[in-house]
Design a protein around this ligand. Structure first.
Ligand code: TXD
Length: 319
């Protein structure tokens, strides 16, 4: 019996700034066929972006079916779903300020994914991230290994860029990860940051490291203030694509993601940023690392903020 091969199907829920870039990046990497989905009043934008990306295919040499839609029938059966549905921040807003509006949107999306893509690997990007990924898992009922939040890859990538820029080294040789919530109390774990295998603390003064930690924590707000009309989209899209690729190609990557903790780091039944092993089984393992007392305390503070956000989301879901 000849084997039949089909390309993976990737559904992008939200065809805005990040959604459009997700579609273009996924096409260029030939990750699969793509459905760019948005609400009916924005369906033509989704269709226009999909058509524009199709018309780039000859230049880049990618083969993929790319469709814009506002009909969940086109999303049905997707292998990977990446969710950016929701409002972005404007200057002066915190990620938490988005909770009221975005939890309603996430409930709508999650209800549809429960029906149309119950077996998909779902990557949530919408803010406030830690509450949105929790809402997705709770409402969709999709198993926790297949519901994950994108934040740590972005935050670690920001940290790594600042380190590479300060030291004048290749970004390829900087490794680090960020734990905790996607907020101003996130925890870049400096003890585990290395440059070409050399611990960062041997290469950079503490004051400079502290400045990079602070700039990373405020990295999203820095871009919101510069753009004035929304938040970052290139690096968030690239970060989510790395996670999707790890799943589609069973790469067993170890990436910082908002994953369900079931006791790791002393955290139970909470989505929080941790090192996660991602392969064809989704989040196949949450990796626990030894933390200094200071970093453990900082993680506990960040996790308590996540818990507060989740409590607020639950109040709204109960309405
Ligand atoms: O690291 C991270 N996780 C963050 C996440 C990094 C940057 C941005 N972060 C958040 O992603 C941001 O605060 C927003 O909550 C989301 C999406 O940001 P984006 O910049 O892409 O916002 P846009 O351009 O406004 O796009 C959102 C799209 C828009 O086209 C809406 O029409 C659509 O979402 N939308 C919906 N799509 C489907 N279903 C529903 N219900 C819906 N409601 C709005």
């Amino acid at each position: 019996m000849a084997r039949t091969f089909t390309r993976p199907k990737i559904a992008l829920i939200g065809a805005g700034q990040i959604g459009g870039n997700l579609a273009f990046m996924a096409a260029q990497k030939q990750l699969g066929d793509i459905v760019l989905f948005d609400i009916p009043q924005n369906e033509s934008v989704a269709q226009g972006k999909a058509l524009d990306i199709c018309q780039s295919s000859w230049v880049y040499g990618y083969d993929a079916k790319i469709k814009g839609s506002a009909n969940y029938d086109d999303v049905a059966g997707a292998d990977v779903v990446i969710v950016t549905a929701g409002l972005p921040r404007k200057p002066g807003m915190s990620r938490d300020d988005l909770l009221d509006t975005n939890v309603k949107i996430m409930k709508d999306v999650a209800s549809n994914l429960k029906k149309h893509t119950p077996d998909a690997f779902v990557i949530v990007i919408s803010n406030p991230l830690d509450a949105m990924v929790y809402t997705m898992a709770k409402v969709s009922g999709i198993k926790p290994s297949h519901v994950v939040g994108m934040a740590g890859v972005l935050d670690s990538s920001r940290f790594n860029h600042f380190v590479a820029e300060k030291l004048g080294v290749s970004i390829e040789d900087v490794q680090s990860f960020v734990l905790g919530g996607h907020g101003d109390d996130m925890v870049p774990v400096v003890d585990y940051c290395s440059v070409g295998g050399v611990p960062l603390a041997q290469l950079m003064a503490k004051a400079d490291i502290d400045a990079i930690v602070e700039r990373t924590r405020k990295g999203g707000g820095e871009i919101v203030a510069l753009l004035k009309t929304g938040s970052a989209y290139y690096a968030p899209a690239a970060s989510a694509i790395a996670m999707a690729e790890a799943y589609i190609h069973d790469k067993k990557r170890v990436l910082p993601c908002a994953a369900m903790c079931t006791g790791q780091y002393g955290l139970k039944d909470l989505y929080v940023g941790v090192p996660a092993l991602i392969g064809k089984g989704g989040v196949e393992k949450v990796i626990e690392v030894k933390l200094s007392d200071a970093d453990k305390k900082a993680l506990d503070v960040s996790a308590s903020h996540v818990k507060e956000l989740v409590d607020e989301a639950n109040k709204r879901l109960a309405l």
